[in-house]
Design a protein around this ligand. Structure first.
Ligand code: ZN
Length: 271
């Protein structure tokens, strides 16, 4: 009898295991192109407040990302506006999504790393989406006198109350199962966030936002002169490096072309 009960217990355990597997969401991460590069940038002036980068020049790129979670989608950052001189993307986000057979109104969430123009330009193309943005950045965008670099215009739909917005004060578990986390990484701007995506096959991936713009700054804790808070930036770099180590994450610096190869090229996706 005891043996029967034991067997029944094992069977029940196996069943629960199978159900858990069946419920694991189908996830994918796709890089989207979000701007056209200018000539390489001499980074010593604006990107190092200790002038530690010498003659280094970096060809900055502009990246956005699509996270699929079952039948739900998060768009992470929205790049330059299509009307931006010189740096507008060649193909809009809406048209890139169409190549993946997706319409704008299928994007449940638009997550914004921070309020700078090269991350918010096409947000207005997703009026049906819930806007997820750091509370510190949202407070700037909705203040009577936004800080330099914070442009409320692309967010008019949400600021007027016509769209759903969720200002994120700390971290945010986007889909409620721990698979996609907005990480509170302030310092570049008051409400800056990075994104941690835990993929079933590839494992953890951290999308940097602008916590660091290129490897040399990430590795040396470099702080751009235009960041809003130096000490917060250093604390955020420390936090992300520890999370990356603890979760064995692939760290993707969104502006660094040397990280393009870490994810499959569009339209392919990491799984
Ligand atoms: Zn920025």
């Amino acid at each position: 009898m005891q043996r029967m009960l034991l067997l029944a217990g094992i069977c029940a355990g196996a069943l629960v295991g199978q159900q858990a597997l069946a419920q694991a969401p189908d996830m994918a991460l796709t890089r989207l192109d979000c701007g056209t590069s200018n000539p390489p940038t001499a980074v010593n002036q604006r990107f190092s407040d200790t002038y530690s980068q010498g003659d280094l020049k970096i060809q900055l790129i502009y990246s956005c990302y699509l996270v699929k979670h079952g039948n739900e989608y998060l768009l992470w950052d929205t790049g330059h506006a299509m009307t931006t001189p010189n740096v507008a993307p060649k193909v809009s986000l809406v048209d890139q999504l169409a190549q993946l057979s997706l319409k704008a109104d299928q994007i449940k969430y638009v997550g914004i790393s921070h309020y700078h123009g090269d991350h918010i330009g096409q947000v207005g193309a997703f009026p049906a989406s819930t806007l997820l943005i750091g509370k510190g950045d949202w407070d700037e965008l909705t203040s009577a006198k936004p800080r330099e670099g914070a442009n409320p215009a692309p967010f008019a739909h949400w600021i007027k109350g016509e769209g759903k917005v969720e200002p994120v004060p700390l971290d945010k578990d986007v889909f409620g199962d721990g698979s996609v986390l907005m990480l509170n990484t302030p310092g570049h701007t008051p409400g800056h966030h990075s994104l941690l995506v835990k993929l079933p096959q590839m494992g953890a991936v951290i999308l940097m936002g602008d916590l660091a713009h290129f490897h040399e700054n990430y590795d040396s804790n470099g702080v751009p002169t235009f960041n809003t808070d130096r000490s917060q930036t250093l604390a955020s770099l420390d936090r992300v490096k520890k999370i990356a180590a603890n979760s064995k994450a692939t760290v993707v610096i969104q502006h660094d072309p040397r990280d393009l190869g870490k994810l499959p090229a569009f339209p392919a996706a990491a799984k």
